[in-house]
Design a protein around this ligand. Sequence first.
Ligand code: COA
Length: 260
Amino acid sequence: MEFNNLIVEITKPIAVITVNRPKVLNALNLATVAELGAAFTMLEADENVRAIIMTGSGEKSFVAGADINEFRGKSAPEMFPFAKLGHDATRVMESMGKPIIAAVNGYALGGGCEMAMACDIRFASENARFGQPEILLGLIPGMGGTQRLSRLVGLGRARELLYSGEHITAQRAYEIGLVNRVFPPEQLLDEARKFATKLAGMPSHALKMLKTATNSGYDQTLDNGLVLETQCFAHCWSHADLEEGTGAFVEKRKASFHAD
Ligand code: COA
C-alpha cells in the first residue's frame, strides 16, 4: 500500500507509522486521516506486526491538529467526512488486537492530541506540548477529544483544557495521567521501540483480551464490564498460550508463545 502523507516502516515485529507533513507540523488533512485509517487496518492484518508505534516527522511536532488551511471556508456537511474518517480511524486503533504506542515528539494539538489518546500508551519527549486549542478557532474537537480526554484525565481537567485551549507541557500531561512516560527527545523513539518490543513478546491472544476488556468495558456499568471480563478471561482457555505460559512456569523455563 502506498502512502503520500505517512511513512510506514515494518521491522518485524514492530511497525512505525510516522505522519509526514513537516511543512505544516504534520497537521492532518483529509487525505492523511484516511491514510491513517488505512494504515492501521493494514497493520492489523499483517502477521509480521505485533505492536505499533505512531509518531510525527521532525523534532518539533507529533501532529499540530487538523489542517486549518484545508478546512477553512468549508461548510459543516463538507467537514463531516473529516470527522467520520477520524472516528473510523480511531475506532480501528482501539478495536484492533495489537498495542499502539504514541511516541509524542513535540506538539500534539487538536487532532494530534486526539490521535494520541486513541493509542493504548503515550510516551512523550520533554519538549512535547498537548492541548485542544479548537476553542480558539471558534470550534470544538471533532475526532473524539470531547469524549476521550475526560475518560483519561477526568471531566474537570478535560474541561479546563477544552475551554481554555491552553497547551500543557509533557510533565503536566504526565502529572494528570495523559502521558505514561516522559523522556529526553533523543531517547523517545528508542524507549518506544523497547516497550513495543516487550509488548510484542507478550502472549498476543491474552493481550488482545486485555485490550478488549479494558476498552469495551470502560463505557459500561461495572456489572456489565465484569461480565465482559469473564468472557475475555474464559476466552484465554481457547488458546495454546495459556498452556504454554503455565507450563513454562511449573517447568521453570522461559515461555515460548504462539506467533499469532
Ligand atoms: N494547520 C495548518 N498549518 C499549520 C498547522 C495546522 N494545524 N499548524 C501549523 N501549521 C503551519 C503554520 O501555518 C506554518 O506554516 P508557514 O511556515 O507556511 O507559515 C508552519 O506550520 C509552522 O508553524 P508556525 O506557527 O510557524 O510554528 P510555531 O512554532 O510558531 O507554532 C504551533 C507552532 C503548533 C503552536 C502553531 O503552529 C499552532 O498554533 N498551530 C495550530 C494548532 C491548532 O490550532 N490545532 C488545532 C486545529 S483544529
